[in-house]
Design a protein around this ligand. Structure first.
Ligand SMILES: NC(=O)c1ccc[n+]([C@@H]2O[C@H](COP(=O)([O-])OP(=O)(O)OC[C@H]3O[C@@H](n4cnc5c(N)ncnc54)[C@H](OP(=O)(O)O)[C@@H]3O)[C@@H](O)[C@H]2O)c1
Length: 281
C-alpha cells in the first residue's frame, strides 16, 4: 500500500510507523506539512499519490483547546478538511482518527458508532465538527474513534502514574470517568487491518474491556509491583478547564463487523510495562 501519514511524531504515529514498515510510506513532519496550510498539503499529497492517507495529526491538548479554541478548530477541523480535499483530488482513501470525547457521557452502555455526538469540550467539538465536514467532503472516508491512548513515544496515563508512584506512598485518582484504555501498537495494527479491508464510515477501535481511571491506576501500580496506595476521588477534587465525559466506553460492534478483535486492556498494559523494562508482578 502507498500510505501518507500526517502525525508521525505523535503518540499514535510512533506505533504506526513501524506497523507500516513494509508499505510505501510518506510521513512528513508538522514543520514540513502543517495541515492548516491547504496549498502545502495539496502539494504533499499530489507528490506522494497515496492509496490511503492516515490522519492522526491533531491539536490534542484537551485543556489547552479550552483557552485556544481558534487553534483547536484551525488544526482539528479546518486542517482535517484540507487533508480530505487533497485526498479527494487524487482519489485517495482517508482514515481520520477521532475521539470518545465527542460523547457527553450520559449513557450507561457502550456508545455505538451512530449514537448522537454531544461533546462537552472545545476539543470534542472540534473533532465532532471535523467528522461532519469530512463525511461531506469524502463520503467514503473511514473515521476511527478511539480512547485513552497509551504507549511508547509520548506522555500518557500509565507513565504519569508510574512517576507519581515512584515519588509518593499514596496517590488519588478519579473514579468517576469510565472508558477503554487503548495501547497504541494494538490500535496501529487494527488501523492497518482496516485499510486492507477497505473500511469506510465510522468505526470504534479500542482495547477490549473498560475501567475507571482509578481501576486503571490500581492495575498499573499492582502490575509494576509498587507499594503505593491508590485512593479513589471524585473529578471535582481535580478541577480541569475541559469537562470530560463520565462514561465514554465505545462499542466494538463496528470493529467486529470487519472481523478485527483487539486484545484486552490488561493484557495490553502488561506488554506496555514489559516494553518499558518494568518488571510485571
Ligand atoms: N491521545 C489520546 O488519548 C487520544 C484519544 C482519542 C483520540 N485521539 C486521537 O488520536 C489521534 C492521535 O493522537 P496522539 O495522542 O497520537 O496525538 P499527539 O501525540 O498529540 O500527536 C499529535 C501529532 O499531530 C501533529 N500536529 C499537531 N498540529 C499539527 C499541524 N498543525 N499540522 C501537522 N501536524 C500537526 C504533531 O506534530 P508535532 O509533534 O511536530 O507537533 C504530532 O505528530 C488524534 O487525532 C487524536 O485526536 C487521541
Amino acid at each position: 500500500m502507498r500510505v501518507t501519514l500526517f502525525g508521525a511524531s505523535g503518540l499514535l504515529g510512533h506505533a504506526l510507523v513501524p506497523e507500516l514498515k513494509n508499505e510505501e510510506l510518506t510521513a512528513p513532519s508538522s514543520a514540513d506539512a502543517d495541515i492548516r496550510d491547504a496549498a502545502r498539503i495539496r502539494e504533499v499529497v499530489r507528490h506522494s499519490r497515496p492509496e490511503w492517507i492516515i490522519l492522526t495529526a491533531a491539536y490534542t491538548d484537551v485543556d489547552g483547546c479550552e483557552s485556544n479554541p481558534e487553534r483547536a478548530f484551525a488544526v482539528n477541523c479546518e486542517g482535517a478538511a484540507n487533508v480530505a480535499r487533497a485526498a479527494r483530488e487524487v482519489r485517495s482513501r482517508l482514515m481520520f482518527l477521532s475521539t470518545d470525547y465527542l460523547f457527553d457521557g450520559t449513557k450507561r452502555s457502550p456508545y455505538e458508532a451512530d449514537d448522537a455526538r454531544n461533546p462537552l469540550s472545545v476539543y470534542g467539538k472540534s473533532k465532532a465538527r471535523a467528522e461532519e465536514q469530512l463525511l461531506e467532503i469524502l463520503p467514503d472516508a473511514c473515521i476511527v474513534r478511539t480512547s485513552w491512548l497509551f504507549g511508547a513515544g509520548g506522555p500518557g496515563f500509565p507513565a504519569m502514574i508510574l512517576k507519581l508512584a515512584a515519588e509518593r506512598g499514596e496517590i488519588s485518582v478519579v473514579d468517576d470517568q469510565r472508558g477503554c484504555p487503548t495501547f497504541t501498537p494494538d490500535l496501529a495494527s487494527a488501523l492497518v487491518a482496516l485499510c486492507r479491508k477497505s473500511a469506510r464510515g465510522i468505526v470504534h477501535a479500542t482495547n477490549v474491556g473498560d475501567c475507571t481511571r482509578y481501576d486503571f491506576a490500581k492495575e498499573i501500580v499492582r502490575m509494576a509491583g509498587s507499594k503505593t496506595s491508590v485512593q479513589p476521588v471524585s473529578s471535582s477534587k481535580f478541577p480541569r478547564p475541559a469537562r470530560r465525559p463520565a462514561y465514554s466506553v465505545l462499542s466494538s460492534a463496528t470493529l467486529d463487523a470487519y472481523g478485527i478483535r483487539m486484545p484486552g486492556w490488561e493484557d495490553a498494559l502488561e506488554r506496555y510495562l514489559a516494553g518499558r523494562g518494568t518488571t510485571v508482578a
